[in-house]
Design a protein around this ligand. Structure first.
Ligand code: ADP
Ligand code: ASP
Ligand code: MG
Length: 401
């Protein structure tokens, strides 16, 4: 008998038919004698629809109230699944983040999980109940509801798996595994049997939304084996773990992130402390920055460009303008017509020429590179958004065909 955590995403529980199909998958595992904990997302586009409803009423809703609102999507899913399982004669109980003791900090909308209480879940499992946990939500020290960031139910699942010391954490979704590129974008993308935590963290961070990157970071830290598999097909999916059992190619995947904007600060002084001042004011406002590029202009003036999430563009520019006299610059230019395209692979550390091959592939399809960033296991380029899909296909062809 094993303890298995299974997470089903929004499209897997979209309607009655999907709920019934998932209920059978749960029933099968339960009747094999396993203890089963199920984490669910909100149905289909529920989260987006709730956001739209709020913004129809107020274009600056408070984050606290948004979390109260958005958490209802997951709450509805677990209740509907419990009702579906009841009909099959299976004992199940739905629980919200608060009921399982999913404790988070107070960063509404992007809260971090601090601890997960296990008493309630264990008591229910001891009674041989199927435990249905609402994903994406927690509670802070003020007893207020929080949410942990878009796509966060994957992280709920891993946190529950860690807390209960589960044998396996299975993430069921609308594709049958992790591919060498988004299979919706690249038709001949190949399914991977396995991928390392580090590679998957990097792919997710570079835009492959198949897994929430924080879920893989947590799985790595606690050694939880994850599997991504289809909620429709009964086939093995892709294992995410510490080391690959079979030797891999140099590159494991290509990813695209179009949710980016670029900020260029023109005419800053060429002296120590300027970069510090710029990034300190942005950090104080808790905004993340990604690729940074400094270019020397002439003897006394430089430009610094960097990327931010598109939704942060307006506020980052405001912060910089407010601090113009402290930082010292002549103007700010912005662009939100950009995307980041990346190749990821642990094998690139020991393979020279990967960057050259990447740039050649982009040159061949006449895609201009605007910025470049590298780490040990990834190379990212910033390109015009209109070129991004072409760039992804060209890179996939170069490294996988
Ligand atoms: P869920 O609602 O189940 O959490 P998501 O939409 O968050 O599902 O993630 C699944 C989607 O991730 C797929 O439909 C696919 O388009 C996308 N995706 C992006 N990159 C990849 C990749 N490398 N492998 C598989 N799927 C990917
Ligand atoms: N429902 C939330 C979202 O749409 C969380 C999740 O699906 O993982 O982002
Ligand atoms: Mg997801």
């Amino acid at each position: 008998m094993a303890l298995i955590v299974k997470k089903f995403g929004g499209s897997s529980v979209a309607n009655a038919e999907c709920l019934k199909r998932v209920a059978w998958t749960i029933a099968e595992s339960y009747s094999e004698g396993n203890n089963v904990v199920v984490v669910l997302s909100a149905q289909a586009d529920t989260t987006d629809e709730l956001i739209s409803k709020a913004f129809e009423l107020n274009d600056t809703p408070s984050k606290r109230e948004m979390d109260v609102l958005l958490s209802t999507g997951e709450q509805a899913s677990v209740a509907l699944m419990a009702i579906t399982l009841e009909k099959l004669g299976l004992p199940a109980v739905s629980l919200t983040g608060w009921q399982i003791g999913m404790n988070t900090d107070s960063a509404y909308g992007s809260a971090r999980i601090k601890s997960v209480a296990t008493e309630r879940m264990k008591a229910e499992l001891d009674r041989r109940r199927i435990v249905l946990v609402a994903g994406f939500q927690g509670v802070n020290k003020y007893d207020d509801i929080t949410t942990i960031g878009r796509g966060g139910s994957d992280t709920t699942a891993v946190a529950v798996a860690v807390a209960l010391n589960a044998d396996l954490c299975q993430i069921y979704t609308d594709v049958d595994g992790i591919y060498t590129a988004d299979p919706r974008l690249v038709k001949n993308a190949k399914k991977l049997d396995e991928i390392t935590y580090d590679e998957m963290i990097e792919l997710a961070a570079q835009g492959a939304q198949v897994l929430h990157s924080r879920s893989v970071e947590m799985a790595k830290r606690y050694g939880v084996e994850m599997e991504v598999l289809s909620s429709l097909k009964r086939e093995p999916g892709t294992k995410v773990r510490g080391v690959n059992k079979v030797e891999h190619t140099k590159i494991s995947g290509v990813a695209k992130d179009a949710n980016l904007a670029r900020v260029s600060i023109i005419g800053i002084r060429d002296e120590p402390g300027v970069a510090f001042k710029i990034f300190r004011v942005i950090a104080n406002a808790k905004k993340n920055i990604d690729i940074i590029l400094q270019s020397a202009n002439n003897n006394s003036a430089n430009d610094i460009s960097f990327t931010v999430a598109r939704e942060d563009l307006v506020s980052v520019v405001e912060i910089l303008e407010e601090n113009k006299s402290i930082i010292g610059f002549s103007e700010i230019k912005t662009s939100d017509n950009i995307a980041k395209v990346s190749i990821v692979g642990a094998g690139m550390m020991s393979a020279p020429g990967i960057a050259a091959a990447m740039f050649e592939a982009l040159y061949d399809v006449k895609v201009n590179i605007e910025m470049i960033a590298t780490s040990e296991i990834k190379i990212s380029v910033l390109v015009n958004e209109n070129d991004a899909d072409r760039a992804v296909s060209a890179l996939h062809e170069k490294f996988f065909d």
